[in-house]
Design a protein around this ligand. Structure first.
Ligand code: MTE
Length: 334
């Protein structure tokens, strides 16, 4: 097995180009007047569908600095996975099992109107409509790695807000020990949900322990690369838990429920021995069918690009999250 890090952290010319395209577009939008002064929220996706840029340039600067704080050590904006890859290599089984199925099958997916309800063991349950997703909480940009359990990874500039903000607003009570998430169930729009051959039970469900959910890294994303989320990436709102395997980062969420008992989770229901509730990225614990010691970083290169890198414990976020598991055996609690 190839385990290599340093060399692969260096930038290729193409990767640098991608960053400049990203910033170049911001400049262009600014010139065209798309970047509203002051307000992060001036343009909701409904009024500026497809071309939403969330930030003014000043705000973007601040957020970039903030984002770099969360970026893994030694990495910078310059190694962002190109937008075209992030939005064409996807796992979203509701739209098909292949990596290119979601981008092909999700294009007509209607996200407006949308309803996201926050309920359960809370004093103040509430519901957010489509526009609220962009208005209720200050938006920021966070650059995170996404490490899939299948051993590929990306570096993605998400836009969104902390899950903790959304939960606090509902005033959880003392029985709230876990958070359960649910994806939209709409077989008319999501073809795999009516497939008779699929093995996944729908709606897709996920869960976190309350302290994991309240950790500052845990993020609700409504955009990437400064625009609203593409349907195939989980529009209009999805979870991002950067220290866990990607399957925890549930897409197109309609329900968030604070609960007393550990909630069922889709991949655990399907294959208990292979996918646990915790699913923390852990190079020391292999998947029963493959190694988790390294990963293929998806970059601009093709199949033969030298892009295999070592996988880091907690995906490189140990400093922020290892304390959550201090008395736990991570081999048993995989
Ligand atoms: N959420 C739903 N509802 N359905 C899915 O099939 N796939 C998960 C996760 N969230 C999935 C989902 C998996 S396995 C991964 S790796 C990530 O989404 C992929 O996110 P991306 O396509 O934005 O890279």
């Amino acid at each position: 097995m190839l385990i290599n890090t340093k060399k692969n952290h260096r930038l290729s010319e193409q990767q640098v180009t991608d960053e400049s395209v990203y910033h170049g577009r911001r400049e262009l939008l600014k010139k065209l007047g798309y970047l509203g002064a002051g307000s992060l929220l001036a343009q909701s996706a409904s009024t500026n569908a497809g071309a939403l840029d969330f930030f003014s340039s000043k705000e973007a600067e601040v957020f970039q600095r903030q984002a770099l704080k969360f970026a893994p050590a030694g990495e910078s904006l310059q190694i962002l996975t190109p937008e075209a890859k992030i939005s064409s290599h996807n796992n979203f089984y509701e739209f098909g099992m292949g990596k290119s199925d979601p981008v092909e099958n999700a294009q007509g997916f209607k996200v407006n109107p949308w309803q996201l309800s926050i309920s359960g063991e809370v004093d103040k349950p509430y519901t957010l409509g489509y526009d609220d997703l962009f208005k209720h909480f200050p938006l920021e940009e966070r650059i995170y790695r996404l490490r899939c359990v299948e051993a590929w990874s990306m570096v993605i500039p998400w836009v969104g807000f902390g899950l903790a903000e959304l939960i606090k607003k509902a005033a959880p009570n003392s029985r709230a020990k876990y958070v359960a998430f649910e994806t939209l169930y709409d077989p008319e729009q999501m073809p795999e949900q009516k497939s008779r051959f699929g093995s996944v039970e729908y709606p897709y469900v996920e869960g976190l322990r309350i302290d994991e959910a309240m950790n500052p890294l845990t993020f609700m994303s409504v955009g990437l690369y400064g625009k609203t989320l593409p349907a195939q990436n989980g529009a209009p709102i999805r979870l991002v838990v950067p220290w866990k395997y990607g399957f925890k980062s549930i897409k197109s969420i309609v329900g968030i429920k604070l609960v007393e008992d550990k909630p069922p989770t889709t991949w655990n229901i399907l294959a208990d021995r292979e996918y646990g509730f915790y699913a923390n990225v852990n190079p020391a614990v292999d998947h029963p069918r493959w190694s988790q010691a390294s990963e293929r970083r998806i970059t601009t290169g093709g199949l033969f690009a030298r892009n295999r890198i070592a996988t880091l414990p907690f995906n490189g976020y140990g400093e922020e999250v290892a304390h959550l598991y201090k008395n736990m055996d991570l081999r048993k609690n995989y």
